[in-house]
Write a protein that binds this ligand. Structure first.
Ligand code: NAD
Ligand code: MG
Length: 330
């Protein structure tokens, strides 16, 4: 489909964090009329105004919009939808998510007259913006949950195109597939799996009497080199660049560490995601004021690898250690 045959809805972006800012800026640069919806006095309001957007309270921002993108944290979307969106969105407008969690697990049951779509960039907001600015894009996956206008697909493609995603790759999915694979990826491999693997490797070396500094370089620092090779050319490229000895060790020891029992537990994690157990627990945790979340987080922050890592990184002058906000804006 050519760009010119796609619709050009007026857009309200609710939330101006990692994804919200990138979406708002890219869509505006692609010629869309974009308004930002935020709580007055909230933490990102000044930023959106500094970027030149008209900022209104969510209930006001969505009134005239043909399309409303819900880009607040997942755990507040239900409330934002009930309080600000459902009573104020135009008849027949389009409701867009960047993650299917609330709709797939029934925390939000969108109004019958709305189109409901998903456009999820496969990358953090800062990358979505940076790639767009240099004329490229981040791949997006998209889905239609509810098509009342008959144009839901075109709206999803128009939004993904406006983000720059069409310059990279667009893949059709479902809310179910996006939600379950996204949760599984971050839990089993990306955030949960990778950080636990690194901590365990560090602990084994240090408990065996090796210097923490050397353990840090081996199991955390050098992981970047490997992940960069994965990213550029898959496992094939990693095997091309590491020594014969490293390859042999990979073949004989990798499957000893990540064995069938690990895969079995990954299936348990997936089952908890699929049957809603994970989401039910997460909603309850959020409603209780995050007691366990805060405890788990503190344990990660206090782990000995963080102490030694901080000292070693202070000597790595090439690192970008700027605060999150600054790094995302850069
Ligand atoms: P974020 O935490 O970076 O930003 C959230 C924004 O919402 C902030 O501007 C915050 O001020 C605002 N906000 C918070 N509570 C609000 C409320 N009650 N009313 C109005 N605004 C409120 O969030 P994010 O990481 O950009 O995530 C947004 C959505 O994008 C989520 O659905 C997430 O799953 C999805 N997503 C995120 C990524 C990512 O890399 N971060 C990738 C793909 C999809
Ligand atoms: Mg993800």
């Amino acid at each position: 489909m050519t760009q010119s045959s796609l619709p050009k809805p007026s857009i309200a972006i609710v939330g101006y964090g990692s994804q919200g800012r990138a979406h708002a800026l890219n869509l505006r640069d692609s010629g869309f009329d974009v308004t930002v919806g935020l709580r007055p006095g909230g933490p990102t309001e000044a930023k959106a105004r500094a970027d030149g957007f008209t900022v209104k309270a969510p209930a006001e921002a969505v009134k005239d919009a043909d399309l409303v993108a819900v880009l607040t944290p997942d755990m507040v979307q239900r409330q934002v939808y009930a309080d600000a969106l459902a009573p104020n969105m135009k008849q027949g407008a389009c409701l867009l998510f960047a993650h299917g969690l609330n709709v797939h697990f029934g925390m939000i049951a969108p109004r019958e007259d709305l189109d409901v779509i998903l456009v999820a960039p496969k990358g953090p907001g800062a990358l979505v913006r940076r790639e767009y600015e240099i004329g490229r894009g981040v791949p997006c996956i998209w889905a239609v949950h509810q098509d009342r206008s008959g144009k839901a697909k075109q709206l999803a493609l128009a939004y993904a195109d406006g983000l720059g995603g069409a310059r990279a790759n667009l893949i059709e999915t479902t809310f179910k597939e996006e939600t379950e694979t996204d949760l599984f990826g971050e839990q089993a491999v990306l955030c949960g799996g990778a950080s636990s693997l690194v901590q365990a490797g560090f602990e084994v070396l240090v408990e065996a009497g090796y210097q923490p500094e050397i353990a840090y370089y081996e199991v955390l620092h050098e992981l970047k080199l490997i992940v960069d090779l994965f990213y550029e050319g898959g496992i094939t490229r990693m095997l091309e660049f590491v020594s014969e000895t490293a390859q042999y060790g990979d073949y004989v020891s990798g499957p000893r560490v990540i064995d069938a029992s690990v895969k079995e537990r990954m299936r348990d994690v997936l089952k908890d995601i699929q049957d809603g157990t994970f989401t039910r627990n997460w909603v309850a945790e959020h409603e209780a004021g995050l007691p366990n979340y805060n405890r788990y987080k503190q344990a990660d922050l206090d782990h000995p690898i963080e102490v030694v890592g901080k000292q070693l990184r202070a000597k790595m002058v090439w690192l970008d250690n700027s605060p999150k906000e600054q790094k995302e804006a850069a």
